[in-house]
Design a protein around this ligand. Structure first.
Ligand SMILES: Nc1nc2c(c(=O)[nH]1)N[C@H]1C(S)=C(S)[C@@H](COP(=O)(O)OP(=O)(O)OC[C@H]3O[C@@H](n4cnc5c(=O)[nH]c(N)nc54)[C@H](O)[C@@H]3O)O[C@H]1N2
Ligand SMILES: Nc1nc2c(c(=O)[nH]1)N[C@H]1C(S)=C(S)[C@@H](COP(=O)(O)OP(=O)(O)OC[C@H]3O[C@@H](n4cnc5c(=O)[nH]c(N)nc54)[C@H](O)[C@@H]3O)O[C@H]1N2
Ligand code: SF4
Ligand SMILES: [Mo]
Length: 755
């Protein structure tokens, strides 16, 4: 680790022979601008690029530690094949040719024997390679690409709702659409923002920087926080609605009720551009505020105050987050919250909620949308797991349905698995043991990763080493700008970028006429990866912008002028008419598509599957509501446990416990405690804090211990502190959303023997 006690390190990075390159961090999908200090091909330091408009010179804790991530002794440096039984942690170095040929032969055999759909391609919160995993599935003749996450409960509940009822994806406008940022004369600072189930100052989620909210607060923007915990933002909010986890829909409907009752809504917008307002209003009227208070635990006067504050502010917006998705009612919850910003007339106006754009016509590759799904024939497309059962999965989305995929795998229907960017069993899957067992069944599994993980150890036959952003090229089409990742450092060993791995593997399939005939590849689509180098791939992606990839590298981030109120100008619909790209051409509070699919067309309230109301018996035995996975600065999910400085910041998994609850259980700060419910238990260390109320605890997710024995049965201790063992694979009615942040548990101190 670098010694910061003297200024010697500064001399080091400013010494002769050190090159400073402009690049972008990709340790999360935020993609901050970086100045990379490179010496002899190695990254020796990284700092924020002051010219980069979104991070403006800042890097988070992890970005600052880039050099200890990139140059880390535990990285996978060579392709390897399993040399013992699965889980024995015995690996043998092989050549890239042998590795890729093995993958090709195995996946080909599987597709030809059992059908392409028996190959499942899994990814987590992928980086620049999200589209690649879907495309790779198609290359191998499979329609099945997804993550291990129940109810696809990360962003997709919100996204699918917006696609179906708003005809596009919306995001709070904090001037990110303009390179001038806050100096852009057209932008208006929001007068009020609701940060809803999101902790952006820690998580910077979904291409949104948390400091934009604090910037706006300094410019006078009022803050409403909808958050069970007392986060920094909640503590600084004008109104903190400290709700019971999983009751967000009731709260949003309560606020809608106040806005309608007090006639605070935008009549003109509602009349001209929306569909089903009366039905929505009637649905909100079904509840009394006393009932909402009882359900949500939020005093009704606070609900009234918040509704008034939000509705009277112009413009106003909502920064919503993962907690919306991580309840089984993710879809109706998203619908209710979106209705709030819509009835108040904050749609596609400066400082309001704005439609994302494809900068210079470049699709957002990381969102999985780039050029796939006509690479396989229609019949195979319909073999996507969940296609029939969950129609919302078809609508503008390409993912298979994870909970059903798990069942298919358990029944032996998954024969080949390609894992790229996921540590499934240590982080993403609920009922961990089920996924762990299921992943033992396929005949062949290959994984691409930067580090060895419990997931790879437990099930993979082949491991492929992956480059980090510091080493590879890539592009990022944010929804507001287009930029190139320049890399420029030498990778230790033989790691390749995801893109290059995929491109090379695809060549085998693309040149195999017999295979393409057998899987019935559509006419003219045989060359699924027709590019000769990875830079050619990026040239193709950025082509609509008029730049080549290398021109873009020179140029830095490129912006396109943002157009507000696109719906008035005929810019939202394929037919060029004013309105929105929905069946009625209006924003649909009453969704005609939901109705057609047999779902409730309006937002409705449903209790979390396990909780004080739905399972009172369990509540008696497990009297604490359990929040999981609230982000911390030290880690990205299950990653970064190998980075010395980050691990020093958070050496052990911790669970937040209110001082009163801790005292009741004779638990002191730092004690190891068991967290247990009817599904299982795991242990984490007590962080005794008023950040959580007496009724809740908040446990970390994604824990495993790279320093422990990697072989079975220990597998880096991935069961010891893995909170997901207590969670269920149980999606909401639409197939979206799952209760990962609102279930029940009890806690007790670990005994001496336990440790
Ligand atoms: N209880 C609970 N569980 C949760 C959550 C929660 O809030 N609560 N959050 C969920 C959410 S929202 C998500 S998105 C998932 C995330 O779940 P995962 O995506 O499985 O999480 P990561 O730990 O980021 O795993 C990514 C893996 O990819 C590797 N990797 C990193 N960079 C690259 C790269 O460039 N290429 C390749 N090929 N590999 C790379 C890392 O080393 C790591 O092993 O976790 C979910 N799990
Ligand atoms: N440092 C870091 N940053 C990350 C990640 C990471 O692992 N580490 N992961 C990335 C990924 S993939 C994602 S999806 C994003 C997620 O980022 P965010 O959307 O910010 O999600 P979280 O931090 O999981 O949860 C946000 C807040 O929701 C609160 N909460 C819990 N339950 C409820 C509830 O029922 N209702 C309401 N209203 N609030 C609730 C929690 O207390 C928490 O403070 O973060 C991304 N950024
Ligand atoms: S890890 Fe940190 S520095 Fe890197 S892109 Fe994400 S927020 Fe930015
Ligand atoms: Mo996520």
């Amino acid at each position: 680790m670098r010694d910061y006690s003297s200024t010697k390190w500064l001399d080091e990075i400013h010494a002769e022979g050190v090159e400073v390159k402009k690049s972008c961090c990709y340790f999360c999908h935020q993609n901050c601008g970086v100045l990379a200090y490179v010496k002899d091909g190695k990254l020796i330091y990284a700092e924020g690029d002051p010219d980069h408009p979104t991070n403006a010179g800042g890097l988070c804790t992890r970005g600052n530690q880039a050099y200890t991530f990139v140059d880390n002794p535990s990285r996978i440096n060579y392709p390897m094949k399993r040399a013992g039984e699965k889980g024995e942690n015995k690996w043998e170095r092989i050549s890239w040719d042998e590795a890729l040929e093995t993958c090709y032969k195995e996946f080909r055999r599987i597709a030809m024997t059992y059908g392409g759909d028996s190959i499942h391609c899994l990814r987590g919160t992928a980086r620049d390679n999200q589209w690649q995993v879907g495309r790779m599935a198609n290359t191998m003749g499979s329609p099945n690409e997804y993550g291990f996450l129940s109810g696809t409960a990360c962003y997709l509940p919100r996204l699918s709702l917006m696609i179906m009822t708003y005809g596009g994806m919306l995001i709070a406008d904090f001037a990110q659409f303009s390179a001038l940022r806050y100096d852009d004369p057209e932008w208006v600072c929001p007068e009020c923002t609701i940060v809803w189930g999101c902790n952006p100052t820690i998580s910077n989620p979904d291409f949104f920087m948390g400091h934009w909210v604090t910037d706006a607060m300094k410019l006078g923007c009022k803050l409403i926080s909808v958050e069970p915990r007392v986060t920094w933002l909640a503590a600084h909010a004008d109104i903190h609605l400290q709700l019971r986890p999983g009751t967000d829909t009731a709260l949003a409907l309560g606020m809608i009720k106040v806005i309608v009752d007090e006639d605070l809504y935008d009549h003109d917008f509602v009349d001209r551009w929306t569909y089903g307002f009366d039905e929505l209003a009637a649905r909100a009227q079904e509840l009394s505020l006393d009932e909402v208070e009882k359900m949500t635990w939020v005093p009704k006067q606070k609900i009234i105050d918040a509704a008034r504050m939000f509705a009277n502010a112009h413009p106003a917006n909502v920064v919503w987050g993962l907690a919306v998705d991580m309840q089984s009612q993710g879809t109706p919850c998203a619908a209710a919250i979106a209705a709030l910003w819509t009835i108040t007339g904050n749609l596609d106006v400066p400082g309001g909620m704005c439609y994302t754009a494809a900068p210079m016509g470049v699709d957002q590759p990381s969102a999985g949308a780039w050029g796939i799904y006509d690479l396989i024939d229609e019949e195979t497309q319909k073999k996507r797991v969940g296609w029939k059962e969950y129609p919302m999965y078809r609508y503008g989305l390409t993912q298979a349905m994870p909970d059903m995929c798990l069942e298919v795998c358990e029944e032996g229907g998954v024969k080949g698995v390609w894992i790229q960017t996921s540590n499934g069993i240590a982080c993403m899957s609920c009922e961990t043991e089920r996924w762990y067992e299921a992943m033992k069944k396929p005949e062949f599994i290959a994984a691409c990763d930067v580090f060895m993980t419990p997931t790879i150890q437990s099930c993979a036959d082949i491991v492929l080493p992956v480059q980090t952003w510091a080493e590879k090229h890539s592009v990022r089409a944010h929804y507001y700008f287009l930029s190139a990742i320049t890399g420029g450092c030498a990778a230790e060993g033989e790691a390749l970028s995801d893109c290059e791995i995929n491109r090379r593997l695809a060549q085998y399939f693309d040149n195999d006429d017999e295979f393409n005939k057998a899987i019935n590849r559509p006419e003219g689509k045989q060359h699924t990866w027709p590019w000769k180098t990875e830079d050619e791939v990026y040239d193709e992606i950025v082509k609509p912008s008029g730049f080549t990839f290398h021109e873009l590298m020179e140029q830095g981030p490129v912006y396109q002028k943002y157009v507000y109120k696109k719906y008035e100008k005929g810019l939202m619909r394929p037919d060029g008419q004013p309105g929105f790209n929905t069946p009625t051409g209006r924003i649909e509070f009453y969704s005609t598509l939901f109705q057609a699919y047999g779902y409730d067309p309006l937002p409705y309230i449903e209790e979390p599957g396990i909780g004080p109301v739905s399972t009172p018996d369990l509540y008696e035995e497990y009297p604490l509501i359990m929040i999981t996975g609230a982000r911390t600065t030290s880690f990205f999910h299950s990653e970064h446990r190998q980075i010395p400085y980050l691990r020093q910041l958070t050496p052990d998994p911790w669970v937040q416990i209110n001082p009163k609850t801790a005292a009741e259980h004779n638990i002191s700060e730092g004690d190891w405690v068991w967290i247990e419910n009817h599904r299982g238990r795991c242990r984490q260390r007590a962080r005794v804090t008023y950040e959580v109320s007496e009724k809740e605890i908040a446990a970390q997710h994604g824990w495993w211990f790279p320093e422990q024995d990697g072989a079975e049965p220990n597998l880096y201790g991935f069961r010891q502190s893995n909170i997901n063992q207590l969670l269920a694979n149980k999606p909401g009615r639409t197939g979206f959303g799952a209760d990962l942040k609102c279930t029940l548990c009890k806690i007790y101190r670990c005994s001496e023997e336990d440790l």
